[in-house]
Design a protein around this ligand. Structure first.
Ligand code: MN
Length: 200
């Protein structure tokens, strides 16, 4: 029987296969979960071959990840397309820098928002764990970040090769609020241009 660390390493196989972390400068993924805290979420603005945001939620020792072309919206009327990508290690949550040319995802990465989340997912009125909610294709959670706050839902709308989800803001008191420091890093206050310059 695989222990939990072994399971986690297995889930990061795709992450490792896609990149050489010695060249790319990205985290190797050694950090394990610290207990007694709410799980992490992070939104990274990533100016790769396409401009997109990576939305990541800590679930069972890894960061489950989706690429969102337009980024999250705080307007409950907006449905933001989210494409699942490979699980990332927990230490990716504070990775900010430039992935060098020739490497997978080359371009600057900014920690656009980071914080904790609370799982509110249910099935037939009963609370379920995040992993199960994602398996079932509908997760409900509350973000407590520096920019994003309140309820959001992720819903799978297509399975298979073109698996897609929608990220939608819940209509609560945080809906429609202006997002502060939109172009700045939640970690360092830097813009993507500054991140690129600092890494040159
Ligand atoms: Mn990305």
């Amino acid at each position: 029987m695989a222990d939990q660390a072994g399971v986690k390493q297995g889930r990061l196989a795709a992450y490792r296969r896609k990149r050489d972390v010695r060249r790319s400068g990205e985290p190797a993924g050694r950090r394990n979960r610290t207990t007694g805290e709410e799980p992490t979420f992070v939104v990274q603005h990533h100016l790769a071959s396409s401009d997109h945001y990576d939305f990541r939620l800590e679930v069972d020792g890894v960061l489950r990840s989706w690429a969102i072309p337009k980024g999250p919206s705080v307007d409950p009327h907006d449905k933001r397309m989210a494409r699942p990508t490979e699980d990332h290690p927990l230490d990716y949550a504070d990775f900010e820098g430039v992935i060098p040319d020739g490497e997978y995802g080359a371009g600057p990465v900014q920690v656009w928002d980071v914080g904790r989340y609370r799982n509110n997912s249910e099935n037939r009125g009963r609370p379920i764990e995040m992993a199960e909610a994602l398996r079932r294709g509908h997760a409900s959670f509350e973000l407590d970040g520096q920019k994003l706050h309140g309820g959001f839902a992720l819903t799978r709308i297509r399975r298979g090769r073109d698996e897609s989800w929608l990220l939608v803001k819940k209509a609560d008191r945080h809906a429609g609020k202006r997002v502060p420091r939109t172009t700045r890093s939640a970690l360092t206050g830097r813009t993507l241009t500054q991140i690129r310059k600092d890494d040159a």
